[in-house]
Design a protein around this ligand. Sequence first.
Ligand code: BES
Ligand code: ZN
Ligand code: ZN
Length: 504
Amino acid sequence: MTNYVASDKKIFTQDVQAYAFLMQEGDDLCALYPQIEKDFFPHFNKLLKEKKFTGAKGQTLVIPCSVKNSIAYLICVGIGKTADKNGLEIFRNACATVIRTCQAQKIASVACAMPAFTAYPVSVEKMGEIFSSVCEMAHYKFDLFITKEEDKTFYLSTVLAIVDKKNLKKFEEGIEQGIIVSQAVNRARVWIDLPANKMTPPEFAKRTLALGKEYGLPVTVFEEKEIEKMGMGGLKAVGMGSQHDSHLVIMRYNCKKKNAPTIALVGKGITFDSGGLNIKPTGFMETMKEDMSGAAAVMNALTVIAQLKPDVNVVAVAALAENMVSGSANHPGDIITFYNGKTAVVGNTDAEGRLVLADALAYADKEFKPAVIIDVATLTGACSHAIGPFFTGLLTQDDNLSEKIQAAAITSGDAVWRLPLIDEYKVMVKSDLADLCNDGKTKYYAGATNGACFLSNFVGDTSWAHLDIAPSAFDVPDKLYYRPNSATGVGIRLLIDFVMAFKA
Ligand code: BES
Ligand code: ZN
Ligand code: ZN
C-alpha cells in the first residue's frame, strides 16, 4: 500500500526520488524554486523554453538529474489556468500524470507541490481527498491473473503533498477520507474487471456478505427460490438461461438519528450480458462482464458512507443475474409479472437490465419507503452514442434532485449529463399484450430515455433518478486516473458526495 502524506516543509528538504510540480500557465518555476537551477539542472529555464513547456494543461516534462551522487527526477505537469471551469478535473488528471510517470519509471517516492487552492470551488479538505483518491485510482491496474512479479502493478511507497502551513491539517484530514473513497472505488473496479467465470451472482453475494461483516452492516441475500416466491418475475426470467441462480442482495447503513429519511441506491448486476436469445454480435459482447458495474458501485459506495456516518439511512440493493443462452432461457415474446404486479412483454432479451431493475426498484420502494431512489445501471448503448464516454446519463423528472446530483458530480469528478425524461415519452414502453414492453417503439429513438421510461413504472411517486453508466463504466479513454480496457468505478464518488450533502 502506498503511504499518502502531506508536509508544509520546503519541497527539496524531502527525502524522495522525484519532485513534482503542478505548474500553472505562466508560473516561473525557477523564481519560485531557485534551488532547481542551483542543485538539479543548471539550464532549467532554457530547457523549458526549448521544450515549449508553458504550464498549459496536459503538458508533461520529466527531467532526470544527477544530484550529489544520486539520481533525482523533476516532473513538471501543466495545469493551465486554475480558474478554468474544468480546473478540478485538470487537477485530477495532473495528479494522475505524476503517479503514472513514477510507475513507468519505477520511482518509489515523490513529493508533489500543490497549486494554490483558492482558485478551486471546493474546500481544502476536499482538495486533500481529491489528491489521495485520484493518486490511488491512478495506480490501479487489474493484475490478479498476472503471474510474473515484474509485470504486476508498481505501487509507490510514498506520495507526499507539499502544502501551506495554514492548510496542512485540513488537507491531511482530506487525505484520510480520499484513501477510504479510493479503496472502495478500486475494490469495485476489481469486482467489475473479474471476468464472468469468476464473478457470478453468488460470488457477488458472497463478497457483499464479507463487506457487511467488515464494516458492521446488515446484509440480506435472497436466492432464486425466494425471488420466485416474492413474485420477482423480471429477476427470475433474466437468469433462467444461466447455470447460476439470480440473487437480490441488500446492504444497509442505519444512522443514529431517529426518524431519519432513507436513500435507496439500486444497482444493475448482470454478471454477464450475452444478450440472451437476442444474442449480441461479435464486438458487442466481449466486455459484458462490465454489466454489473452499477451493483458494484452501490455496494462499495455504501461501505464509505457507513464510515462517514451521515444522518440519513442508506440502503443499497443489487439485482444480480447472468443473461445467457440455453434451452431454459426466456424467449422473446414471453410475458412476465413483476414484484409490483405490473406485466411486460420481453420484446428483446437483451434489454434485460430494466427487467431486473424493475423488481429491485419496486422492492426498494415498497420495503424501505425511501425519500429518494437512485439507480445506477449500464443500461443502454444508446446513452453512449448520445453523450460519449466522459459522462453518465442522468434521467429524472425531479429538477431539485437533478440539481443535487449535478452538484455532487462537480465535486466528485463523476460527471453527469442530463437527458430528457418527460411524460410524453412514456407511451413508447406501452404494449398491446401486457402493461409494458421492454424494447420500446423504435420510432421514438431516444434509447436511454426509453430505458428510463420503463423503470419509471416501478418507483411509484417517490423522488427518483436513473444514472445510465453504460458510457462511463468501462474503457474510458484519456482520463488518466482511469485505465483503458478496464473498469472505472464510476458512480461511487458521485453517490458518496450526494449522500453526504443530502438534507431532508
Ligand atoms: N448491457 C447493455 C447495455 C450496454 C451496452 C452497456 C454497451 C455497456 C456498454 C444492455 O443490456 C443492452 O443490451 N441494451 C440494449 C437495449 C435494447 C435491446 C433495447 C442496447 O443498448 O442495445
Ligand atoms: Zn443487454
Ligand atoms: Zn445489459
